[in-house]
Design a protein around this ligand. Structure first.
Ligand code: ZN
Length: 97
């Protein structure tokens, strides 16, 4: 039975709300706030860089090799592997400047 009184085990470091789970139910902060050091920075940079490259190159490659299928896949809802269209346009415009 779910109790109406919430007494979470984790104290949010952002808003001091007590909660359970992976995110604060008051402000949305991640429960796992890792220590900011060089490893944190390199992991974040690598994750962002690899994720960006995978989706970006997959989408650009698909648009050149099989543009109709790529667009149809995206419109049909297969969007996890693809780069978002407006982000793609923005990146291409920025690259041209
Ligand atoms: Zn919070």
């Amino acid at each position: 039975m779910h109790s109406s009184k919430v007494t979470g085990a984790i104290k949010c470091k952002n808003c001091y709300n007590r909660f359970e789970g992976n995110f604060c139910n008051n402000c949305g902060q991640d429960a796992d706030t890792k220590r900011i050091n060089i490893h944190y920075f390199l992991d974040a940079l690598q994750h962002k860089y690899l994720k960006l490259n995978k989706g970006f190159f997959f989408t650009v490659y698909g648009l050149f090799v099989r543009p109709g299928n790529t667009i149809k896949d995206y419109l049909d809802g297969k969007r996890v592997e693809y780069f978002k269209p407006f982000d793609l346009i923005y990146c291409l415009v920025v690259c041209m400047l």
